[in-house]
Design a protein around this ligand. Structure first.
Ligand code: GDP
Ligand code: GDP
Length: 437
């Protein structure tokens, strides 16, 4: 189960600079569209072979100069609830401010480990100035310069050392783990209730760790599955419910611990930024996806045409990943609830698809011959062989080429689309790699 680190602190202390520095190596690998806001909110960090997630609480604020103290307070409280380690960033060139003290007051009471990060320590003299942060009552300030990167390696070591050993919950790998995600009021609690009915239908409550158990196993309508983090979804927090930050923090954990995410959209509202952000979290974690257009009972014109338009609008917004089930449902009337579970189960199976090498080559090589990668600088690119990699999280394929560096993204997408036409890979991300023959 993944660890989550939250960066908190008042505006302009260097939170986002630190976030970028810590996530940089990884970001370059995942090949995201550059510069979208969601890249500033959530990222993955890899350090000495360990991976964890990190959120910048400041990334949610549109204009950080105008931020209200109240809002910072809410974000800090939420970070305490959800994160495994908190990085409390202060600015050594500015010294202790009132707002720092207010944040420190909240953090001193927290049970989560807090690392006090004295940023902008660009030279040795400033290390001495850091001493004034002892007054915050959060232990030794850890001096770094996010801009130059100095101290950040040691900071990462320190973060890893603070993660508590988690008791792994024992789950049956054969049984799918579903997470219901979506923005507030999309109908997550309602659909969960529709899935499971009364509390007494719970098959087993897995003995949890110190926190609430994150998996609950159900056996309903002939489906055997775990629901991830339903307690977190049901435990509503009036103070923070309205914040996008809240729904994203809550979602991260659920998504990371699932196989398939059931993304709830509100039919009466269309697709908004928040939906896309949650979708992007699902994508980045390479989880399976089923989209539910909920509250379908409220839509007056339910013609095929309207449905088709809805579908293509969704796929347009989620492109280039478009191969996933979309179910028009109502958590209230329970219309198509069964279909949602059915689709989620199918996606779970698609994630474990194995295509025998002989079949893969038989189908794909003639296609490649007919539509070869475009030649570049007069050089012909030949792909002679392909195979699926064993033991991967999602189906991953290697195509061997004489000049792999010349096979570009559009051609990889072409290969992906053709595989999706030939095999049932609906709802699961797949990876296509080109390697040297
Ligand atoms: P945030 O509002 O807390 O996310 O702060 P930003 O990351 O946006 O940084 C605020 C300002 O401080 C920017 O101008 C940064 O370039 C600057 N800054 C961040 N880290 C450092 C640092 O280590 N040293 C110095 N001198 N400036 C920094
Ligand atoms: P959550 O915040 O995502 O857990 O959303 P809830 O399940 O609490 O639902 C938010 C509101 O939408 C509640 O008032 C529900 O009764 C209502 N709601 C949820 N699903 C449906 C639906 O399918 N149809 C209608 N008409 N209302 C719904």
């Amino acid at each position: 189960m993944g660890n989550l680190v939250a960066i908190v602190g008042r505006p302009n202390v260097g939170k986002s600079t630190l976030f970028n520095r810590l996530t940089k190596t990884r970001q370059a690998i995942v090949n995201e569209e550059a510069g979208t806001t969601r890249d500033r909110q959530y990222g993955k960090v890899e350090w000495t072979g360990q991976e964890f997630s990190i959120v910048d609480t400041g990334g949610w604020v549109v204009n950080s100069d105008d931020i209200f103290e109240e809002e910072i307070r809410k974000q800090v409280m939420l970070a305490i609830d959800e994160a495994d380690v908190i990085l409390f960033v202060v600015d050594v060139q500015n010294g202790v401010t009132d707002l720092d003290e207010q944040v420190a007051t909240i953090l001193r009471r927290a049970k989560v480990p807090v690392i006090l990060v004295s940023n902008k320590t660009d030279n040795n003299d400033l290390i001495y100035s850091s001493a004034e942060f002892y007054a915050l009552g959060l232990g030794d300030p850890f001096s770094i310069s996010a801009i130059s990167g100095s101290g950040t390696g040691d900071l990462l070591d320190l973060i890893l050392s603070k993660f508590q050993k988690k008791v792994e919950e024992i789950v049956d790998e054969e049984i799918p783990r579903f997470a219901v995600v979506g923005r507030p009021n999309a109908g997550k609690s309602s659909i969960i209730n529709a899935f499971i009915g009364e509390e007494r239908n719970i098959v087993t409550e897995i003995a949890g760790t110190t926190r609430d158990s994150i998996y609950t196993r159900y056996d309903k309508f002939g489906f055997d599955f775990y629901l991830v983090d339903t307690a977190g979804i049901r435990k509503k927090n009036k103070v923070t419910e309205d914040l996008e930050f809240y729904s994203v923090m809550r979602s991260i954990r659920a998504i990371e611990n699932s196989d398939v995410c059931i993304l709830m959209l509100d039919a009466t509202r269309g697709i908004e930024g928040q939906d896309l952000n949650i979708f992007s979290l699902v994508q980045r974690n390479q989880k399976g996806l089923v989209v539910v257009v909920n509250k379908w009972d409220l839509v007056e014109n339910k013609s095929d045409k309207v449905m088709k338009e809805f579908e293509s609008a969704i796929r347009d917004r989620f492109a280039p990943f478009v191969d996933f089930p979309i179910i028009f449902a109502s958590a209230l009337t329970k219309q198509r609830i069964f279909k949602v579970l059915e689709a989620a189960k199918e996606v779970f199976h698609n994630r474990t698809t194995r295509i025998p090498t002989a079949r893969l080559n038989e189908e794909m090589l003639p296609l490649i011959e007919a539509y070869p990668p475009p030649s570049i600088k007069g050089k012909y690119i030949k792909i002679k062989y392909c195979t699926q990699l064993p033991n991967t999280r999602v189906p991953s394929f290697v195509y061997f080429a004489n000049l792999p560096q010349y096979v570009k993204e559009p051609y990889k997408r072409f290969l992906e689309n053709k595989m999706r036409e030939k095999w049932n890979l609906t709802g699961t991300p797949i990876n296509v790699y080109i390697r040297q023959k």
